[in-house]
Design a protein around this ligand. Structure first.
Ligand SMILES: Nc1ncnc2c1ncn2[C@@H]1O[C@H](COP(=O)(O)OP(=O)(O)OP(=O)(O)O)[C@@H](O)[C@H]1O
Ligand SMILES: [Mg+2]
Length: 266
């Protein structure tokens, strides 16, 4: 799925200063793997994820995604690959505040030109899979941090990616919510999606099948997880049904706003 050889990334800062964020990374990630990426702050984890996610390009080295050499691709081709194959999840959720959970999940499908009724159905299905069927009309500010991150996961899933990349997805969450996020990733991985997660938390990393450690822009260890943690969940259907306000999530109309909101209405 992912094959990275001798990957370097240098950031030029002014005339003399160069930051060598990646200094020769070799890595293979097979289809169906679930990898946690760890390492100290500044070791190059986000830089690596951004390149793997086709959000950035390396200074040197090659990166093949599903057999395709990304260095030969134009920016347009890269963004197409990103939209069709990759789901990204960030520490800060990056949801659009004026849109409902449902509309946030629908948005990538709008950009794909999917008809309104199909995309609504797909978005509902993705929200249900992360245990949020009863929260679809809520806006981000009306959701807990863990719920917001699950909306972001549903949004990442909506386009049926083959690869999910998450950069410290539990960094802003308490351990209980973090555990639910890990449960959602395990479900996705069980469904055949390749997952790579950056984390500083050993307990989070143990939910993966493999842990790769970075230091100063190189890989210093790469190990299979021997006794993997399976996430315990409180967002089972029974738990959702039992939630006191379940079903109360009915349509507050959304107010007007920027281009994204235009897109979702058209
Ligand atoms: N856009 C940029 N311009 C210049 N330097 C950068 C840029 N992005 C990252 N760096 C530098 O590259 C190095 C690696 O940064 P990166 O964000 O990949 O680290 P990280 O492992 O994700 O750290 P953290 O755990 O704190 O998120 C750091 O020294 C950082 O200062
Ligand atoms: Mg980072």
């Amino acid at each position: 799925m992912i094959s990275v050889q001798r990957l370097f990334k240098a950031y030029k800062m002014g005339k003399e200063n160069v930051v060598h964020a990646l200094r020769g990374i070799d890595m293979e990630i097979d289809s169906g793997e679930y990898v946690a990426i760890m390492g100290p702050s500044g070791s190059g984890k986000s830089t690596f994820m951004n390149i793997v996610g086709c959000l950035d390009r390396p200074t040197e080295g090659s990166y093949q995604l599903a057999g395709q050499d990304t260095s030969r691709m134009t920016d347009n081709e890269l963004s197409t690959i990103r939209n069709e194959r990759i789901g990204f999840i960030f520490q800060t959720f990056n949801l659009l505040p004026r849109l409902s959970a449902l509309q946030n999940v629908e948005l990538p499908l709008v950009y794909r030109g999917m008809p309104a009724s199909d995309r609504r159905e797909r978005a509902m299905e993705c929200l249900a899979r992360v245990g949020l069927a009863d929260r679809v009309r809520h806006r981000p500010t009306e959701l807990s941090g863990g719920e917001q991150q699950r909306v972001a996961i549903a949004r990442a899933m909506a386009g049926s990616p083959v690869l999910i990349l998450a950069d410290e997805p539990t960094g802003n969450l308490d351990s209980r919510s973090g555990e639910e996020i890990m449960g959602a990733f395990q479900d996705l991985n069980n469904a055949g999606i390749t997952v790579a997660v950056v984390t500083h938390d050993e307990n989070i990393a143990k939910h993966a099948k493999r842990i790769v450690r970075f230091r100063d822009g190189v890989v210093v260890s790469d190990e299979k997880v021997s006794s993997r943690t399976i996430a315990t969940r409180s967002d089972s259907e029974a738990a959702v049904a039992a939630r006191s306000d379940a079903g109360a999530a009915v349509a507050a109309p959304v107010s007007g706003g920027p281009a994204e909101e235009e897109a979702i209405r058209s």
